[in-house]
Ligand binder design. Sequence first.
Ligand SMILES: NC(=O)c1ccc[n+]([C@@H]2O[C@H](COP(=O)([O-])OP(=O)(O)OC[C@H]3O[C@@H](n4cnc5c(N)ncnc54)[C@H](O)[C@@H]3O)[C@@H](O)[C@H]2O)c1
Length: 484
Amino acid sequence: MEMHNARCTCRNCPAADFGANKRSIGPAIIACHRRPEIGFVDPETITFEECPQWRSTPYGYLLQNMRVMILGIDGYLGWTLALWLGTLGCEISGVDNYARRDWVKERGAHTVVPISRMTERLRAANEVLGIEVNFRELDIFNDRDRLQEFIDEIKPEAIVYYGECPSAPYSMIDVEHASYVQQNNVLGTLGVLFMMRDLVPQTSLVKLGTMGEYGTPPTGRPLFEGMFPDEAILRWNDREWNLGGEITPRDPGSFYHLSKVHDTFNTAKACRFWGLRSYDIMQGVIYGVNTPQVAADPRLRTRLDIDEWFGTVINRFVAQAVVGFPLTIYGSGEQIRGFIGLEDGMQCVTRLIAHPPAPAQYDVVNQMSGFNSIKQLADTVARIASKEFHIPVTIQRVENPRVEYDVHPYEPIYNKLPEQFGFEPRVQLDDEIYRMLELLTQPDIKQRIEEKKHLILPRTWWSGEKKLVESLEIIEEIKYEASA
Ligand SMILES: NC(=O)c1ccc[n+]([C@@H]2O[C@H](COP(=O)([O-])OP(=O)(O)OC[C@H]3O[C@@H](n4cnc5c(N)ncnc54)[C@H](O)[C@@H]3O)[C@@H](O)[C@H]2O)c1
């Protein structure tokens, strides 16, 4: 079967030098940074399939030794991606200021899967997987000059931008935290966009947004992939407008989600103003702890948080089950969200890097492999924990500290990754929950969950109140008993 990017040409390739013929009049021609011997060529003539610099991988053709810079490389996804892409032969560089480690400490929590210090991680990546990661400790927002120098030195061919604060509750604590999250995320991104304009305008930016940017519109309007489809019509006062290509309305649910919406507009405009190229990923909630690389050695593991600020739902439910803490559903539990397994998330990003946008192209993909209600997820975790691991599990409803629709329509559209980029989901929810239970029931990890289980129940209310949520009811009928 033809690879998804086989017919891409130099127009999409980050090695193409579009400035090569600035002064010539006539059809565009390019030179190649990687193959100067070919001289000037029409950007449409050589395909990735034909070019010896692009070699075949399971995720499409990938530039040999492609230089990929990961912003936020110490995080849950950043570290996992570094090892994943390194194994595929990419030259990995990355930056981090260890903010995530500090935020979790601020709550008094810790990652329940222990992770190594960065020096140890780098050494282990080299020893175990033969991957050399070029790392710089710096703050994307506060150390702009240093980041600029690093980008200039590496000249990355793709930048994956994970380096933001990812927590909705953290952004809702008080004005200091809300301001910090928005400054860190929005102005961090703005700085990187300017750096790319000045230093590497041909590099593709894979920017992380979230499905939470869209919210859950009560009208039931489908959650299109960023922009309205060509056929969308606005009808008002006996007149009609075609909305095709316009960014769809957003209804973000926290100051964190709002920071992502602002990023969306800044990134879209930078592509328009300066011809930058970007895919903006509206990412569903990621779950899981497994890729072949992070599982290869305990020093290579990625983090897993369960506290009220940073624990995401499936990961947190599994940890709760392991220590006999009731699986806590906020409100009705009928809220529906999009999800994707860790390894599938890595596959999607790889496919996007392999298929860079054309100059000035800003596009959005909804990255998820399915959707579930929170209650369905609790049921699934409870079923697997009790049946396969003989752990009795209770599911409990608590007051909802967030302001969100408890019951709502949900029709996400997530066709582009499978249809245009060849994404094939491989992670089954049940299998990954099983693998997580295998890891989290190990005595040392179970002990780490026990130590911090008092930080699971939320105290951070969207209203600003500071109180522990109260239990509403134990849902008796889905209380599982150990089956052995
Ligand atoms: N994990 C999910 O379920 C999920 C879902 C949707 C979107 N996202 C987005 O994906 C991205 C990565 O998420 P994650 O779960 O890996 O989060 P994470 O907190 O584990 O990773 C982010 C990393 O960026 C670093 N960082 C933050 N601000 C920085 C700065 N100013 N300078 C340098 N480094 C900085 C942090 O220290 C951390 O290591 C985030 O942008 C997040 O919003 C995550």
